[in-house]
Structures are given as structure tokens and as C-alpha cells.
Design a protein. Structure first.
Length: 190
């Protein structure tokens, strides 16, 4: 999936929306009237998954149209993640995402909350809660790959490769993934 064949790619105005709502915010700051274009978006969960039997991180690789606009490849490496769009605990949503995207059946009590932070603060300001889960080969009960028309590839990255991967600018990745790796290296003194 290093290069996805994309055809008929075009940018159009968003007239009907499902997951984001563009808006114009008007406000007064220190007596000066201002405005700012924003996108109201769902909060999310992300999970750093470590497979003990492989001594590797479990990542997802997928096509992202917004990245394609910049690099004409659009393929990213990410943590397993999903939006918070239903009435369930964040841990339950994380558990479901681990199953849907990566195929692992992880007990709820084995999903550890790390911290929360805000992403895309210049235009969206969505909150992402980071979790950590350790798995082993016997816990993989499904293929993963996402649901509906998602096209997600499960990727294993060894601990040895992770440090160089972290700063490899040829591999498109999210700041959340980079933060999660640094957290893991610090926590486990690796």
C-alpha cells in the first residue's frame, strides 16, 4: 500500500457533511473584533498497541485524501484510532477500534489510559485520548482492516525499527503516534 492508485481526484465545496461541520467563529479579543474559520469535529481515541510475541508495535496504514493533496501519495502510518460518535466509554470505543482495525480481542481491563491532548488546534481543536494495550498472537481473532469500505492495512514495526521510524520524514505519520512512541520508550526505559 505504499502507493495507492487514485483516479478522478477533485476538490469540491462541502455542502452536506457527516463527520465535520465547517463554521465561521466571530469573537472579540482584547476589544478587537475577529473571526476564524473552524471545523467542528468529533473527539477521538487512539491506541498504541504492543504485540509482546512479535516484540513489535501494531500500526495501521491507510490512504488519507487530505495528505494526498500535499504529497500525491496519501498513505499514512497511524495508531489504531477512531472517533467518539456514540454513547459508550472511551475504553469501550478503544476496544472496538482495536478489533475492527487490527483484529485483536483485548479485554476492557487491559486497555490503559495514557493521557489526552488536543489535535488540529488551528482549525478543529478536537480532543484525542491516548490508550495503551499489550497483545500477543493468540489474541488476534480477526483480520482487522476496518469496517464498511475502510481499507486499512495492519503493519508491525519492531521496537528496533521504531526509533529510526520516528524521525524518518519519508514515512508520513501523526504527531500522536510520535508522542506515543516517545511515551513508550520513556516508560519502559528502552
Amino acid at each position: 500500500m505504499d502507493r495507492v492508485k487514485i483516479t478522478d481526484f477533485r476538490l469540491e465545496p462541502l455542502t452536506r457533511h457527516r463527520f465535520v461541520r465547517p463554521a465561521l467563529v466571530r469573537y472579540t479579543q482584547d476589544g478587537i473584533e475577529k473571526s476564524w474559520e473552524i471545523v467542528r469535529a468529533h473527539d477521538s481515541v487512539a491506541i498504541l498497541i504492543y504485540d509482546r510475541s512479535r516484540e513489535a508495535f501494531v500500526l495501521v496504514k491507510q490512504f488519507r485524501p487530505a495528505v494526498y493533496l500535499h504529497d500525491r501519495k496519501g498513505v499514512t502510518f497511524e495508531l489504531c484510532a477512531g472517533i467518539v460518535d456514540k454513547e459508550a466509554s472511551l475504553e469501550q470505543i478503544a476496544k472496538e477500534e482495536i478489533w475492527e482495525e487490527c483484529g485483536y480481542e483485548v479485554p476492557l481491563e487491559a486497555i490503559e489510559r495514557v493521557t489526552a491532548f488536543y489535535t488540529s488546534v488551528g482549525f478543529a481543536g478536537s480532543k484525542q485520548t491516548l490508550f495503551y494495550a499489550e497483545v500477543e498472537a493468540s489474541m488476534r481473532k480477526g483480520a482487522g482492516g476496518g469496517i464498511d469500505d475502510e481499507s486499512i492495512e495492519v503493519v508491525y514495526l519492531s521496537v528496533e525499527e521504531a526509533r529510526s521510524f520516528l524521525f524518518d520524514e519519508t514515512k508520513v505519520k501523526t504527531p500522536g503516534l510520535m508522542f506515543a512512541f516517545l511515551w513508550w520508550f520513556e516508560r519502559f526505559n528502552r
